[in-house]
Design a protein around this ligand. Structure first.
Ligand code: PHE
Length: 330
């Protein structure tokens, strides 16, 4: 029995035709089987064995060729889907800096030119560095679980502000210093247009001889006038309270509520909190408050980014919608 035709079938379709030719209802082998009836018993024995062997040989050949052709087909398919992942992407496919990243870059660029050194603080923090050292007593509402994310079965928490960076710096290094710490902070706020359980702050700390409130005001006024490129941008400091600063203030910039224009109109937009570092905080870090004094501020990155890019809803920053991101890529 010659199975060469089967073993050289060029496609699965051709193979199927050959299968029908030999083993189909009126195939060669089937026809021979049908012709059995007219044979003698002796003949039947001999022809029967022969036919069965032929049938098996054909079936094996078909199986063998089928496996080969299937594998070949799969390889062809894989080959046709091949992509050169080393090819450079088209320009329109390249990503862009997130508006929050751009704003952080601007803040860092500005303050480093003013002699501030960048510092990181951990996002997972203990109660001492997030609260106690900052003169925030145990009964302070900010410590309660509705504001703070505590880690399960732990006294550790997600920092609620970047002020932990103040403590971590003062503990480790001797003044004088000007530090800037930018990063994520966490509060259990339900997300809406102006709140998010995760957001970013930038924190400044200046401890140098003879530093007073005037330096704080000048430092922040210069920064916001630079950011908005308005040399006489009206700003104001409103008395406020933070356990870790004394006196404390909230800093506002002038804007027009109706048009959103900065430096125009008669409304005020809050930028964040600041003040002179409380002597207790300096003491808690092992420094002498009679010798060292300075100021600190902690402002929201999102607030600044929203104004700069004219974004009304803060949630856009966190949904990673590429339409949103590319819209603010100019
Ligand atoms: N940590 C304060 C907050 O998150 C901001 C602040 C920082 C205020 C430094 C004063 C000094 O609200």
């Amino acid at each position: 029995m010659n199975t060469q035709d089967i073993l050289s079938a060029a496609s699965l379709e051709e193979l199927e035709k050959l299968r029908l030719h030999y083993l189909g209802k009126s195939g060669v082998i089937t026809e021979k089987m049908k012709a059995f009836g007219s044979l003698s018993i002796e003949e039947k024995k001999i022809q029967g064995a022969l036919l069965n062997t032929q049938k098996e040989t054909i079936q094996q050949a078909i199986q063998q060729r089928k496996q080969f052709l299937e594998l070949q087909k799969m390889n062809e398919e894989l080959e046709s889907q091949w992509k050169d992942i080393t090819l450079p992407t088209r320009c329109s496919d390249t990503g862009s800096r997130h508006p929050i990243s751009k704003t952080i870059e601007l803040i860092k660029d500005y303050f480093t030119t003013q002699g501030f050194i960048l510092k990181d603080g951990p996002e997972i923090e203990d109660e001492f560095h997030n609260f106690d050292a900052l003169n925030i007593p145990a009964h302070h509402p900010a410590r309660q679980s509705h504001d703070t994310f505590f880690l399960k079965d732990s006294t550790l928490l997600m920092r609620t502000h970047t002020s932990n960076a103040q403590i971590r710096t003062m503990e480790k290094e001797k003044p004088p210093y000007r530090i800037l710490s930018v990063g994520r902070v966490y509060r259990s706020d339900a997300p809406d247009a102006t709140h998010s359980p995760v957001f970013h702050q930038y924190e400044g700390l200046v401890i140098e001889k003879g530093i007073h409130m005037g330096h704080l005001k000048g430092c922040l006024a210069d920064f916001f006038r630079y950011v908005f490129n308005i040399p006489n941008l009206p700003i104001r400091f409103r008395p406020s309270f933070f356990p870790f600063t004394e006196p404390s203030a909230e800093m506002d910039i002038q804007f027009n509520k109706k048009t959103g224009e900065i430096g125009k109109g008669s409304d005020w937009l809050e930028m964040g909190g600041c003040g002179m570092v409380h002597p207790n905080v300096i003491k808690n870090c092992g420094l002498d408050p009679h010798e060292h004094s300075g100021f600190a501020f902690g402002f929201g990155v999102e607030r600044l980014a929203m104004i700069r890019f004219g974004i009304a809803d803060l949630r856009g920053f966190f949904t990673n919608d590429t339409h949103f991101l590319s819209h603010y890529n100019s």
